[in-house]
Design a protein around this ligand. Structure first.
Ligand SMILES: Cc1cc2nc3c(=O)[nH]c(=O)nc-3n(C[C@H](O)[C@H](O)[C@H](O)COP(=O)(O)OP(=O)(O)OC[C@H]3O[C@@H](n4cnc5c(N)ncnc54)[C@H](O)[C@@H]3O)c2cc1C
Length: 383
């Protein structure tokens, strides 16, 4: 924050932030303009509407620039160092499916539409290593079609209460411990693996009122309904299951699943729950009951380009598989960096994998580090 303030970015006084504590806000548009002016003041140029197409390398494999595409076609830009920061590959269904994220064509894209993996593909083409967990991603389930919404609704419509609800797939079965992980992003990841990337989140009246991470479920449910999303309410679980049939969920299976869930949570001795429910053990007990049909959404990918702590992109040819690390001596595992190539933000893999650590702080920290290292490298190369 001190660094941003030093560059002239205006930062608010601390204020409460969700259930995490206190935080400060910035106006993204004003911050971007201020930082852009700083680039210009220091002699830099920002080329808008100009996309990275591929990296340029010399005979020794060092990165010496990039080919970019703009309104005048393709052109090369020479550079002593390049930092890849194109924001991940969530906007590219082909890459999602190549790296094991199913239903890529059905997932909602809960981000800008321009992060289509150009950084990852350019790095891959010059021999970069990729991280494990390429199928991991962060996002929150949103109301299923026919809900209508736009980018300004991504935050308000997120159905974050999933971990306190019961989640059924279209077959009427539970498919995961809803409470597992760091928040609804973990459940959303599991929903993405279900047919149609779709599930029903079910709560009773008590849970609908109970705040989860500072969010009250019934507020998100009302917003889902107002957006045109599928929501049903009923006075009995039996009637709710009958209503689920209109979404193609078999009423009989749903009934058995919810009864089994309630029996297990109410401590019935012969009840054995699969998948288990380790946290938020709230039975569906108080009418009315509400079900919301949701669809998984992807905000940014968790796997990506492999870097060292200096944000240098690592070469795959000499990098080691993770498998033998338990057997090989540390000194035998040599991973070389590609000279002149750095990466930052969501283009880097391995920061957010199964759990969610946040995207903005990761982008800020890795971006600053990559910038410093790239500048040092470019300065040294210039002699
Ligand atoms: C709705 C929403 C809510 C979020 N909430 C939070 C939150 O509360 N807390 C948090 O920590 N994070 C949050 N995030 C995530 C956070 O915004 C991202 O993790 C972060 O912005 C990533 O920064 P980045 O610089 O790597 O990528 P981005 O900020 O996505 O920037 C990448 C840029 O690269 C551009 N680009 C793509 N391809 C090319 C190309 N070929 N050539 C040139 N440019 C290209 C894109 O247009 C984009 O402008 C949220 C994201 C969204 C969408």
């Amino acid at each position: 924050m001190e660094w941003l303030r030093g560059l002239g970015v205006s930062i608010s006084e601390p204020r409460p932030f969700m259930a995490y504590g206190r935080g400060r806000t910035v106006d993204p548009a004003a911050m971007t303009a201020t930082l852009g002016n700083q680039v210009a003041r220091r002699g830099g140029t920002i080329h808008l509407r100009t996309a990275l197409v591929e990296l340029l390398t010399d005979e020794g494999g060092a990165v010496v620039g990039a080919r970019v595409g703009g309104t005048n076609g393709l052109c090369p830009i020479a550079a002593r160092a390049v930092i890849l920061a194109t924001g991940g590959f969530q906007g590219n269904p082909d890459l999602l499916s190549r790296y094991g994220i199913p239903n890529g064509g059905s997932l909602y894209l809960r981000s800008n539409p321009w992060s289509t993996g150009d950084g990852l593909r350019a790095a891959d083409a010059v021999g970069a290593a990729l991280t494990p967990w390429l199928d991991s991603f962060y996002g929150h389930a949103l109301p299923a079609p026919p809900a209508r919404f736009g980018p300004d609704d991504f935050f308000a419509l997120a159905q974050r209460y999933g971990p306190v609800a019961v989640a059924l797939n279209l077959a009427g079965e539970r498919f995961v411990d809803e409470s597992a992980g760091t928040g609804e992003e973990t459940l959303n990841w599991a929903v993405a693996r279900q047919p149609g990337a779709t599930a029903a989140y079910i709560v009773d009246a008590a849970t609908a009122r109970r705040a989860y991470y500072g969010f009250v479920p019934e507020v998100a449910i009302d917003r889902a309904e107002a957006s045109g999303g599928p929501v049903v309410r009923a006075e009995t679980l039996d009637d709710l299951c009958t209503a689920l049939a209109r979404w193609g969920i078999p009423a009989g299976t749903a009934r058995r699943t919810l009864e089994g869930y309630n029996r297990a949570l109410l401590g019935h001795p012969d009840a054995d729950l699969h998948p288990p429910r380790k946290g938020n053990r709230y039975p569906l007990a108080e009418p009315p009951y509400t079900a919301v049909l949701v669809r998984a959404a992807i905000t940014f990918t968790g796997g990506g380009i492999a870097v060292d702590p200096h944000m240098r992109v690592l070469r795959r040819a000499t990098s080691s598989s993770l498998l033998p690390t338990a057997q090989a001596a540390a000194g035998e595992l040599v991973r070389h960096a590609i000279p002149g190539l750095y990466a930052a933000g969501a283009d880097i893999g391995g920061i957010n994998t199964y759990g969610y650590l946040g995207g903005l702080a990761a982008a800020l920290v890795t971006g600053r580090r990559a910038g410093r290292q790239a500048a040092a490298w470019a300065g040294a190369a210039a002699g």
